[in-house]
Design a protein around this ligand. Sequence first.
Ligand code: MD3
Ligand code: FE
Length: 204
Amino acid sequence: MAGLPSGIRHYPLMLEPAQQKQLLDDVRQVVSVAPLYTPRMPRTGKPMSVRMSNCGALGWVTDKEAGYRYQAFHPVTERPWPAIPDMLIDIWQKVSGHDRPPEACLINFYEDDAKMGLHQDRDEADFAAPVVSVSLGDSCLFRISASARKGPTQSLKLHSGDVLVMGGHSRLCYHGVDRVYPGTSTLLSKGGRINLTLRRVSEL
Ligand code: MD3
Ligand code: FE
């Protein structure tokens, strides 16, 4: 396959190491209020290997009983999500090409053996807005399909400080994380990978 699917943009090392450290501090502050929890698949209740939290007006959550959804409060503490850190709002303004600020920021934490199966992101009412993703910590092997159908895929390594923007035709492409590469970053002293995804959820 030649190049990335149209509408996807990769900004390698958009954040320099000092900015990565600042953003990591911000994320630590968020998860001190809104702790990482283990999400569960709809119906089966099978735990995901990635642990999650959120910041912003809305957060993406999943559990056995009610499945995938956005809600304004943490599923365990039942407290509202903390605000999205300014650095992430600035990144969204630089790269999204969208007038309105992000409503949701999903925080995914991958330990050495965590992965995320191929899926589409379609729990948002507004597919006109892109999804903006920021990676911190260990590198990973990311995989994305060529179109909004299951079919040929291509792989891309994502490293700490990389930003990925999925807009236009790429917004509904299947994608996932096949593996994390332990020991590839010193940002997190105990290792692991953090991915932050910024989104619009509601229309207009
Ligand atoms: C391509 N997260 O949270 S980020 C997710 O690295 C998710 O944690 C992965 O997939 C992670 O839903 C991938 C990059 C990403 C995010 C959203 C996309 C790629 C995307 C939406 C459409 C197409
Ligand atoms: Fe996704």
